[in-house]
Write a protein that binds this ligand. Sequence first.
Ligand code: ZN
Length: 205
Amino acid sequence: MRRPGKIVCVGRNYVEHARELGNVVPERPLLFLKPPSAVIGDGDAIVLPPDSQRVEHEGEIGVVIGAPVRFARPEEVVAALAGITCVNDVTARDLQKADGQWTRAKGFDTFCPVGPRVVPLADLPPLPELEVACRVNGLERQRGRVADMAFDIPTLVAYISRIMTLEPGDLIATGTPAGVGPLGAGDEVEVEIPGVGVLRNPVEA
Ligand code: ZN
């Protein structure tokens, strides 16, 4: 898969996940960026950095942009999407808490597994029915549906397009459902979206 020009992520977009970390869902989408250098593909290893003692998985629904989007209305957005993919927004939770902003915690090399493919919306169930699950060593840790998001996908894309031009290949990670937890060396983490496939990555020290 082509490396995205930018990766725009959404924080606290599921009520239950916001609550589990002691936060509330914000009044408007909470955005942050991950660097494109963090991207790895299906089967590549997530490497635990020595600077963190607590690296966690965040299984997410990824939206890939297909055509430029700028100041779009939500109803105009769907036509500009290339499709849906699986994303793991890997996070050094201890560094996220220590820093107060998230560039270091979210930005390590290998912290953005993406794949295994991009599937067009036409080949998937309607957006509100899309679901993401995350498993570690075969045990389910997270499950969430687009219908449970605080801000749905067209609303998110339209909102982001008021700030920055979204370009073909850009990736939006739409937030993670409840159940985030730690990863250790030797684990295997999977993110699955039915109809898209399974993104599977080993974890290494
Ligand atoms: Zn996330």
